[in-house]
Write a protein that binds this ligand. Structure first.
Ligand code: SAH
Length: 409
């Protein structure tokens, strides 16, 4: 095994196993930016990044890493195309190009998902289906997306095609299920556009229910092709447990789950809260969230399909209040509309989960200037080997009676 020696903080030489399986495609793919570091080094790198960006607000708890930081990605996407010799390739786009780097297996992706994608590559010539060629606009199959429920083992395969007609589709389904009987649903998604988005608007279910289910923190979640679901379920449980530990709910609070996706955090929180309102922009995710609440018989959660900023502004304008806001925005962080209405709503606690400590630092600067104090910072390693850093922050409102007047009160 590959070993590197480096000095630890005390200056002593220590031996730390370097990544035992460095990836041969590392440079071309560019997905695992930290893979030359051993896992403990990666954790130190992320800890340092969070301390640099957020340390001015509060001390930072030690990052929570994974015991086995491989093959954790339960959602795998592969682009399909032809190489120079007109052989079918599937994999990832070479960094900043549209050339496909062929991938058979990847150290962070689910093994079964990778096997299924290789099988599809082999099935295509048998059915005379061509991958889509971006330059000529010819061919059919653009991408394959595989999602696997970590606890349930259910597997969804999505064939993304440039046009609606998929010749021999029944035979395709038959061949794929013969090879992988563990697949529980197969969909065709149609993406005719000249776009870098993987999925198009329309989809057809070719086999099974059209969605998969998975269990997270004791709740069952329905996941469809387009809805967001955390890609590392083991660490998601670690993250959500921390978030709820920070929220310290006592069964009576009015909670907002902003940017709620399919309702995961909100539903887990609902078991310990008075009432939860989830807000999310993606219509499919909201549909899944409503179905999830029914499926888990949770009756104290409500979902709204809206821009989180606009929703919060309306709530503030109507004089509504909240005790706790759980927020988990995309990489860009929150907008000013959201943050200013958050301050108007004046919840006692805000638990801010972020996958981008840079935008989180910007948003924390705003909130701390408007009367909130950062009381805990907990990084969690959701994406080993990549430079992505997830962090959960607790904010508590200060001087409740002096600085704020609640609208409508
Ligand atoms: N909390 C969820 C999802 C977090 S990802 C989970 O952990 O699973 C961020 C989510 O924010 C995505 O589902 C995305 O669709 C949604 N989103 C992005 N911009 C938004 C906006 N302006 N208003 C509401 N939701 C938004």
């Amino acid at each position: 095994m590959n070993k590197t020696f480096h000095s630890d903080a005390s200056g002593k030489k220590s031996s730390v196993a370097a990544n035992p399986s460095p990836c041969p495609l590392a440079k071309k793919c560019g997905g695992c930016q930290l893979q030359n570091m051993s896992y403990p080094q990666q954790l130190r790198w992320k800890q340092g990044k969070v301390e640099r960006l957020l340390g001015k607000f509060h001390s930072v708890e030690p990052i929570l890493g994974m015991e086995y930081p491989y093959h954790y990605r339960n959602k795998v996407q592969a682009a399909f195309g032809l190489d120079r010799n007109r052989r079918i390739v599937s994999g990832v786009y070479q960094s900043s190009t549209h050339r496909i780097v062929s991938v058979d297996s990847c150290m962070i992706e689910d093994r079964k998902a990778d096997e299924i994608i290789v099988s599809i590559r082999r099935i295509l010539p048998l059915l005379r289906i061509q991958p889509f060629d971006e330059r000529t606009g010819q061919g059919l199959l653009r991408h394959v997306l595989v999602k696997r429920g970590f606890a349930s083992g259910q597997i969804m395969v999505v064939l993304v095609t440039a046009s609606p007609i998929l010749p021999s589709k029944n035979r395709f389904v038959e061949l794929l299920r013969e090879k992988h009987p563990e697949i529980t649903t197969i969909l065709q998604n149609i993406n005719p556009g000249f776009t870098s988005m993987v999925l198009g608007e329309h989809e057809k279910v070719l086999y099974g229910p059209g969605y998969i289910e998975d269990t997270l923190c004791g709740c069952v979640f329905r996941i469809s092709a387009k809805s967001f679901y955390q890609i590392n379920p083991l660490q998601t449980e670690v993250l959500y447990s921390k978030a709820l530990e920070m929220a310290q709910l006592n069964g009576t609070e009015r909670v907002i789950d902003a940017y709620c996706g399919i309702g995961t955090i909100g539903m887990i929180a609902a078991r310990q809260a008075g009432r939860v309102l989830g807000v999310e922009l993606n219509r499919d995710a909201v549909r899944d969230a409503i179905a999830n609440a029914k499926r888990n018989r949770i009756s104290n959660i409500y979902f709204h399909c809206a821009d989180a900023g606009e929703f919060m502004e309306e709530m503030a304008a109507e004089g509504e209040t909240a005790d706790v806001v759980l927020m988990d925005p995309p990489r860009a962080g929150s907008d000013l509309a959201f943050l200013s209405s958050l301050v108007k709503l004046a919840p006692q606690k805000v638990v801010y989960i972020s996958c981008n400590p840079e935008t989180q630092a910007r948003d924390l600067t705003y909130l701390t200037q408007k009367g909130y104090q950062v009381c805990a910072i907990q990084p969690v390693d959701m994406f080993p080997h990549t430079n992505h850093t997830e962090c959960c922050v607790l904010l508590i409102r200060q001087n409740r009676s002096h600085n704020f007047s609640r609208p409508g009160r």
